[in-house]
Design a protein around this ligand. Structure first.
Ligand code: GLN
Length: 395
């Protein structure tokens, strides 16, 4: 009898993505999907027109592996403004298949098996799997609610223990924290002192709500050469399915990252890069308007949650909200339930999909679920109606 050869030990050490799993279950039951963060409205029509044109005019063959030239030039212009320095599109950018590949590519580029990397908790769940796939050992630094503050002493200790890098998601998925300039300067100073890297994931850079402001780590004095920025076009242009991401960093790192990226994926889709150049060239008013739209959505959704009486945090950035479900878990019918069980129950019985908070925390956390509000007003209204029914159970 044939016996299936064993798989790598690596794949046994992490589960499939809880975020993506919730989308699958949500689709199966036809629920309103507020779990995986992506918009239910169209990308800018100028980009769709560009895409239609590309269909006939191309390009349809491999792009340059580290990104089409005009795409990198447009990126260098846009992000150069944000970072406050000229970015060389030839040597300081790699275009990747989404922010997901960007982060994986950095980890494979900077980590040897056994290297330590600091990760805040809560964290975007991919970082856990990225660490395992690259062989890095995470050191978790708690972000302490309600303000999601951190102990700088623990970060210094992590560097003293040899951490090679710290990963910062800013603004932070799932807790919506926006790191202040001051906080970033303090972390940056330590990274410089201990000759370490800062890896920043800034995919929500345009969703930072007043009075908070986004600061690029790479823009801080002395930090450019120690910072590798992961970013993506997914959220900014509502094109999560186009899978366009990128890395910006110092030449030496990017040169190595280009090789990793090339052998992992060869390149991001050429026609989509071409069409997306239109978006990268939008004037500043596009980003101002995007922020206005998301600020309204945030305020509207939070007001709805308040009216229902669901307890939640107030995100400073991103389109995620953490809801406290303890009042439900205290009811006899949910006694002893995990947050995952509760989320599955919600999909089936309430018709709203959320992500169980435990998938973001190193600590034992069972009382939070994550919802997002990248949805049309009608969708948000219907989701709120359904959530109000859920709340009736707990009054
Ligand atoms: N960042 C999004 C989220 O947290 C999802 C990204 C993804 O699924 N690749 O929901």
């Amino acid at each position: 009898m044939n016996v299936m050869p064993k798989l790598s030990e690596r794949v046994g050490t992490f589960t499939d993505s809880v975020i993506r799993r919730m989308t699958r279950i949500s689709d199966e039951y036809g629920a309103i999907n507020l779990s995986q963060g992506f918009p239910d409205f169209d990308p800018p029509h100028e980009m769709l027109d560009a895409l239609a044109k590309v269909a006939y005019e191309g390009p349809h063959q491999y792009p340059i592996t580290f990104g089409a030239e005009n795409f990198r030039q447009a990126l260098a212009r846009k992000q150069g403004k944000a970072i406050g320095r000229a970015i060389d599109p030839e040597t300081e950018i790699v275009v990747t298949c989404g922010g997901t590949e960007a982060m994986m590519c950095v980890m494979m580029t900077i980590c040897n098996p056994g290297d330590k990397v600091m990760v805040f908790s809560p964290f975007y769940e991919n970082y856990g799997a990225d660490a395992i796939l690259s062989g890095a050992a995470p050191i978790y630094i708690p972000l302490v609610p309600p303000e999601y503050t951190f102990d700088l002493g623990l970060i210094e200790k992590g560097f003293q223990e040899g951490a090679k890098a710290i990963i910062i998601c800013n603004p932070s998925n799932p807790c919506g924290k926006v790191f202040s300039r001051e906080e970033l300067m303090q972390i940056g100073e330590l990274a410089l002192r201990y000759d370490a890297f800062v890896v920043t994931d800034e995919v929500y850079e345009h969703m930072v709500y007043a009075p908070y402001r986004h600061t690029c780590m790479a823009s801080l004095p002395g930090m450019y050469d120690h910072t590798i920025t992961c970013n993506s076009l997914s959220k900014t242009y509502s094109i999560t399915g186009w899978r366009l991401g990128y890395l910006i960093g110092p030449e030496e790192v990017i040169e190595a990252a280009k090789k990793v990226h090339d052998f992992l994926t060869v390149g991001a889709a050429a026609p989509l890069q071409e069409a997306a150049v239109t978006g990268l060239n939008f004037p500043d008013s596009y980003y101002e308007n995007l922020l206005k739209i998301y600020t309204e959505k945030r305020d509207y959704f939070l007001k709805g949650l308040d009216e229902i009486g669901l307890k939640h945090n107030v995100p400073q950035g991103t389109y995620f909200v953490l809801i406290d479900i303890q009042e439900f878990l205290d009811l006899p019918q949910f006694s002893g339930w995990t947050d995952m069980e509760f989320c599955e129950w919600m999909i089936r019985n309430i018709g709203v999909a959320a992500v169980p908070g435990s998938s973001f925390f190193k600590e034992e956390v069972n009382h939070l679920i994550r919802l997002h509000f990248a949805r049309k007003k009608e969708t948000i209204d219907e989701a709120l109606r359904r959530l109000a029914k859920m709340k009736e159970l707990a009054v």
